[in-house]
Design a binder for this molecule. Structure first.
Ligand code: NAP
Length: 306
């Protein structure tokens, strides 16, 4: 083959590759009209991208974040595209804020079809220094994990009422084993470990709850969207950007909307594939222990009292 032919064949193969990727990514997402969807942390990054896409598909979007100005911008963007959205402001560094937000959502909405627990702080938060929440817990553990556990618990009746419904925890493949004697990281802390601990806790939350929710029509899955997308939290840490936000958003769209996943629960996705999470997440005693300690921290009734 001469040089020109080689170039033509290469370009053809490249175009096939691009078309295939596009077909998978763009997908034939279902019409989401009539569905109500809450995405925590949808004022920025991944959450914002997914919220605007779901708004375009007709879902009534509940936007959440700390910053009212950014919240109003996302709501306006969705409305300008013909969709419907409203903003709920809550700082997850305050459990009281989480309770008030759940109360407001339960009051304002009779249905919730999809809950995406996405809000988060990254390893670079406060330059990696240990900070505590208003409630006295390590900040990443609270914002990324505890706050979402509480929110999920408080919204569960609404999710169950209108089942089939979906809960999705946005985790990361970056996970490390919890030390139950130092869950609050009083003795050992780094920004990186705080992030990884909060992310394994989210996976354990998912696996534990998926079993409890069997037969209710509520599915609970967790996913790693993509590695090092160029978002605010990633830009706070050294190292290159490796993925586009679009790439992670495609994965969230798939898990949130795909009819193929109807009724499928307790899955850890690494992008589109079922993955293997950290070994500790498969230890049933560890999951149970985390659940028990979490409920005590949050002042929720123990399982034996339910
Ligand atoms: N980026 C990646 O490469 C990557 C990889 C794996 C997993 N993830 C996960 O993807 C999710 C989204 O991350 P991202 O990269 O899109 O981050 P991001 O751009 O930094 O956005 C974080 C979102 O969380 C909200 N948030 C932060 N702290 C909060 C608090 N105390 N209370 C309430 N909301 C708070 C932010 O709201 P404000 O507007 O109020 O700041 C913002 O909407 C996270 O769970 C992250 O762990 C990301």
């Amino acid at each position: 083959m001469n040089k020109v032919n080689t170039i033509i064949v290469s370009l053809f193969l490249l175009s096939l590759c691009v078309t295939t990727t596009w077909a998978q990514d763009a997908g034939d997402y279902p019409d989401m009209s009539g569905k109500t969807i809450l995405i925590t942390g949808s004022t920025d990054g991944l959450g914002r991208e997914v919220a605007t896409r779901l708004g375009r598909l007709g879902a009534h979007m509940l936007i959440h974040g700390r910053n009212a100005q950014r919240g109003a911008e996302v709501v306006a963007e969705i409305k300008n595209n013909g969709g419907n959205a409203e903003f709920y402001q809550a700082d997850f560094g305050s459990l009281d804020n989480v309770r008030k937000m759940a109360e407001a959502i339960n009051r304002d909405h009779q249905r919730l079809d999809v809950l995406v627990n996405n809000a988060g702080l990254g390893a670079g938060f406060a330059g990696g220094e240990r900070r505590e929440s208003e409630d006295g817990y390590e900040m990443l553990f609270q914002v990324n994990y505890l706050a979402h556990y509480l929110l999920t618990e408080l919204l569960l009746p609404t999710l169950k009422d209108r089942a089939p419904s979906r809960i999705i925890n946005i985790t990361s493949r970056s996970q490390m084993a919890l030390n139950f004697d130092d869950l609050n990281q009083d003795n050992e802390h780094s920004g990186r470990s705080a992030y990884r601990l909060s992310k394994i806790a989210q996976v354990m939350h998912t696996f534990y709850y998926a079993e409890l929710l069997e037969g209710t029509g509520v599915t609970f899955n967790t996913l790693h969207p993509a590695s090092r997308m160029g978002t605010t939290m990633v830009l706070q840490t050294p190292g290159p950007v490796r993925s586009a936000v679009d790439e992670g958003a495609n994965v969230v769209m798939y898990v949130a909307t795909s009819p193929d996943l109807q009724g499928r629960s307790g899955i850890y996705f690494e992008q589109y594939d079922e993955g293997r999470a950290h070994d500790q997440t498969y230890d049933e005693a560890a999951r149970e222990r985390l659940d028990k300690m979490t409920r005590e921290i949050l002042g929720l009734p123990g399982r034996e009292n339910q």
